[in-house]
Design a protein around this ligand. Structure first.
Ligand SMILES: Cc1cc2nc3c(=O)[nH]c(=O)nc-3n(C[C@H](O)[C@H](O)[C@H](O)COP(=O)(O)OP(=O)(O)OC[C@H]3O[C@@H](n4cnc5c(N)ncnc54)[C@H](O)[C@@H]3O)c2cc1C
Length: 374
């Protein structure tokens, strides 16, 4: 491991890896095949204190640093990318935004249940007409006495099938504002989950808002500061999606190496063939490069440095890296790689989304170039 981790961070990696191998790995193919939300895994992670690990202990968290959390997302995603993205969005976006932007009352009201995994969080920015161009969103929040009435539609919302708390960006008089919306607030309906290529248990739904009445006290930050809230949340979120990609790649690489040692052709394991050895060397190098970018971005976040550009670089590298590595590891499996039952088939499908959500690779390039040319 080239990046210097503290003893505590190493212990966290080891314990999350053991838990993931024991509890999450056996469920991964089932969640994928049945498009089943990772509810049992949430309980397992909550018991270990992972669902709220970076939150302050006064709200039920463990005061862990962001690098430790990033490693946890990596280790979970190494065996189950569905559970990895659930954790990335719940804690890295929803909980973190409430923790950094929320009032004391909001934190006390929402975070303890979120930290214990009783209330899962979602993040609602994307709309049919506003994807990469998120500022074009048209969901509106209209003042009505001591409340706002939210009307509009949010698509592709991760965790939406089971989440209880949503951070919702909506247009108000002075720009875009962020609100905490609860699942059972009247006027909110949630579609059935989309049928997806990968991360099939992550429950991606459309939210329909029909004059959803939200108390003014549920606004996060100042009126009109919602776009900033979303962008700041996404900067950190991108480190965790990069970590998800890294974990998927690591898992796929290990499957590829294992298969190469076991599969015999031409009288010897295919690992003895130079063509396969070069694949293994390329995968290992690609993963290590990605890991350095991810850990560096998380470390900068922990040290209070400006990390937006580093987060985008980590995501821009690791998304395509996960696609390359899963592609190569599948190639090592030959025909078996194309057959359901070998985990590589699922990992190959799971990897692709990491180049798309929380900002496509093209949008990461925009963020990086803007920071350089500013
Ligand atoms: C499984 C899944 C889960 C998701 N989870 C969430 C969630 O929890 N919350 C949420 O709010 N959203 C979520 N999303 C939405 C996701 O973040 C968007 O899909 C993504 O940001 C891209 O937006 P879009 O799909 O509208 O693509 P578009 O913006 O229509 O982009 C189409 C293509 O054009 C390119 N493009 C667009 N603009 C530019 C530009 N200026 N320069 C160069 N290229 C450009 C894009 O890179 C892409 O290749 C999720 C999506 C998926 C598929």
């Amino acid at each position: 491991m080239p990046f210097h981790l503290t003893d505590e961070q190493e212990v966290i990696r080891q314990s999350v890896r053991e838990l993931a191998e024991r509890e999450l790995k056996p469920m991964a193919a089932i969640l994928d095949r049945e498009h089943r939300p990772p509810l049992e895994n949430i309980e397992t992670l909550a018991e270990m204190g992972i669902m709220g690990m970076i939150l302050p202990s006064q709200y039920g968290g463990s005061d862990a640093d962001h690098l430790s959390y990033t490693i946890a997302v990596e280790e979970v995603s190494r065996v189950c990318a569905t559970t990895g993205v659930m954790l990335a969005v719940h804690l890295g976006l929803a909980c973190s935004i409430i923790n950094t932007m929320g009032t004391e009352e909001q934190k006390q009201h929402y975070l303890p249940d979120m930290a214990s995994g009783k209330a899962i969080g979602g993040f609602c920015l994307t709309e049919p007409g506003a994807g990469s161009d998120a500022a074009a969103l048209s969901t509106a929040a209209e003042e009505d006495g001591s409340d706002y009435l939210i009307t509009g539609q949010k698509i592709f919302i991760t965790n939406a099938g089971f989440a209880k708390v949503f951070i919702v960006m909506a247009r108000t008089t002075n720009g875009i504002s962020a609100f905490i919306v609860e699942r059972d607030m009247p006027g909110l309906t949630i579609s059935e989950p989309e049928h997806k290529m990968g991360i099939r248990g992550s429950s991606t739904c459309t939210l329909f808002f029909d004059k959803v009445r939200v108390p003014k006290s549920n606004m996060l930050g100042e009126e009109g500061s919602g776009f900033k809230v979303a962008m700041k949340g996404l900067a950190g979120g991108r480190i965790r999606i990069a970590a998800q990609a890294l974990g998927i790649a690591q898992g796929a690489y290990e499957e590829g190496v294992k298969y190469a040692k076991e599969r015999v052709q031409f009288g010897k394991p295919i690992a003895a063939l130079q063509a396969i050895q070069w694949m293994v060397a390329d995968m290992a190098t690609d993963i290590e490069a990605g890991r350095l970018l991810v850990y560096q971005a998380a470390d900068m976040e922990d040290r209070g440095l400006e990390y937006t550009e580093a987060a985008s670089m980590a995501k821009l590298y690791c998304g395509p890296m996960a696609t390359r590595v899963t592609h190569t590891a599948l190639q090592i499996h030959g025909g078996n790689g194309y057959i359901e039952g070998f985990p590589i088939e699922r990992m190959y499908r799971d990897a692709r989304i990491t180049e798309i959500y929380e900002g496509t690779s093209e949008i990461q390039r925009l963020v990086i170039a803007r920071a350089i040319l500013r």
